[in-house]
Design a protein around this ligand. Structure first.
Ligand code: FMN
Length: 314
């Protein structure tokens, strides 16, 4: 998620879950080819398994970017066919590509050819008036034939005109039934469902309908601690969940290393704001970080002080 799932957020999430697949923000191909690759691609080994999401529509360019992703050690490359923003639409990629399944197939085929890591696609159930189940099924059939390894389906259509990206995540109704039907009709394909899933019970309900995986977006940012139980409950890991306090303390060496490299505390701390949501002390935690983490010279002590304002939780 743009402005959300940067390297610091991902490193923080790794204090809560070692097994969940994490995605980068969308990186536009042109930026990757011509921009600062350390900034766009840099990640810590702890962040594995990690997928790089690309935005683009040109097979050769996407293949080159997929190769760069593989060289950098990414575990998966994911093509964004779900973003409806004007900027993306004007570049002719994102959700508008749902109207061009052959083009997406050519992109996937080129990426598949270029790398041995999985190549996956994130898309919507439809766009504009092209929103019948059959339209999506055609899209998936054509793209699957090109070798797509997994489809992550945001179970809402997108309106390319008239709705903001935010409205496009809220206004069109969720149609989980279309995603379940997709899995039922294409049982050999890996289908991941996305959209409006905010609890592990909700995720379990979706899995009970046969889909292979669940992608959680906003709730992963707004309630990161949701993921603390995932390794044990879903991946069968023996280690019990880390406490919220423990997760913050585990970040200290990372914070110090980042500051030593010239980074700023708030680049990391902003992603920790929601850790105590709905817990006593959450407001004081947020206020302390918001007021102090942006100040010049702010260091790890800001997190320590903020943590001292939150009573230990059971
Ligand atoms: C701030 C923000 C940024 C997002 N950026 C991306 C993005 O870069 N790539 C993408 O595929 N989806 C992006 N999304 C959409 C989410 O991945 C997800 O599909 C959508 O929010 C619905 O899932 P949710 O209800 O679990 O949040 C973004 C969502 C938000 C709120």
């Amino acid at each position: 998620m743009m402005e959300r799932t940067d390297r610091h957020y991902r490193y923080f999430m790794r204090q809560l879950t070692g097994r969940t697949l994490l995605y980068t923000e969308m990186v536009v191909c042109a930026a990757l080819l011509h921009g600062d690759r350390d900034r766009l691609l840099g990640f810590d080994a702890l962040e594995h398994p990690i997928a790089l999401q690309l935005g683009g529509d040109d097979p050769a360019t996407l293949a080159a970017c997929a190769r760069i992703a593989a060289d950098w050690g990414y575990d998966e490359v994911n093509l964004n066919v779900g973003c409806p923003s004007d900027r993306v639409r004007d570049g002719q990629f994102g959700a508008c590509l749902m109207a061009q399944p052959e083009r997406v197939a050519a992109c996937v085929a080129a990426m598949r050819e270029a790398v041995s890591i999985p190549v996956t696609v994130k898309h919507r159930i439809g766009i504009d008036d092209r929103d019948a189940y059959e339209d999506m099924a055609d899209f998936v059939r054509i793209v699957a034939a090109a070798g797509c390894d997994r489809f992550s389906v945001h179970a809402r259509k997108a309106w390319l005109q008239g709705l903001s990206p935010k409205e496009n995540r809220q206004v069109p109704p969720l149609r989980y039934g279309d995603v379940y039907r997709l899995k039922a009709e294409f049982p050999h394909l890996a289908i991941e469902i996305n959209g409006g899933i905010t609890t592990l019970e909700g995720a379990r309900t979706c899995l009970g309908q046969g889909v292979d995986a669940v992608m959680i977006g906003r709730a992963a940012y707004d309630r990161p601690y949701l993921f603390s139980a995932v390794d044990q409950e879903w991946f069968g890991e023996p280690t019990p969940p880390r406490s919220r306090h423990g997760a913050v303390e585990a970040m200290y060496p990372y914070v110090e290393a980042w500051l030593m490299k010239g980074g700023r505390l708030n680049q990391i701390a902003r992603h920790l704001l929601n850790l105590f949501t709905d817990c006593p002390g959450s407001r004081a935690w947020k206020r302390h970080i918001t007021e102090r983490a942006t100040q010049p010279g702010a260091g790890v002590e800001v997190l320590q002080e903020a943590l001292a304002l939150v009573p230990p939780l059971p």
